[in-house]
Design a protein around this ligand. Sequence first.
Ligand code: ZN
Length: 222
Amino acid sequence: MAVEIFQTEVGLLGNFNELIADAATRKCAVVDPAYEVDRLLSEARARNWQIEAILITHTHHDHIEGAEEMARATGATLYVGAGEADAAMAAVPSAKLVALSGGETIALGETSIETLATPGHTLAGTSYLIGGAVVTGDTLFVGGVGRTDFPGGSPQILWQSLQKLAALPEETRVYPGHDYGQSPTSTIGWERLHNPYLLCQSETEFVALRTGKNAPRPLRRG
Ligand SMILES: [Zn+2]
């Protein structure tokens, strides 16, 4: 089940996108296409990867704005949390859409992608596990976590979602939705040791930290 992952930063908000390919069949999934779709397509073409799946972590515009263009160019199926399916359908009317509740397995060639419901930043945020990596969107950043003050957000629910991510094997590589940390990726083990939000001992402590005036922000690189 070997996968190859190409990560790149797109747009002006520090958004990360990944192309994740099954090495055996060169079938590929793209995460959260919003900007620079032409470049993502040419990166896939250069590797002879065929984009068959669009994995949406959540439907904030900076994670889905380019999905319609991507769907038209590739015919790929779009995957999104069920609670945000209406928003996805409005943003990506051309795509065949699969609504997720978490716990599903998506086949990508000889590789399996497992879905994990991780709401809290939004109503139906979804993380994707594939080949020892986890794509976390705006739920978990390197050294930080997503905001909970947008519609559909909840610090209590985000805490529950973070417990699910923290329970993954410590070597699991974290691919976050934005370049907000001191490195582009990390591991679950590193986050458990260094992320101030994961160091909280209780939901109450986490909610106070996340919603407080002095909520820690991830360090920006450089
Ligand atoms: Zn977001």
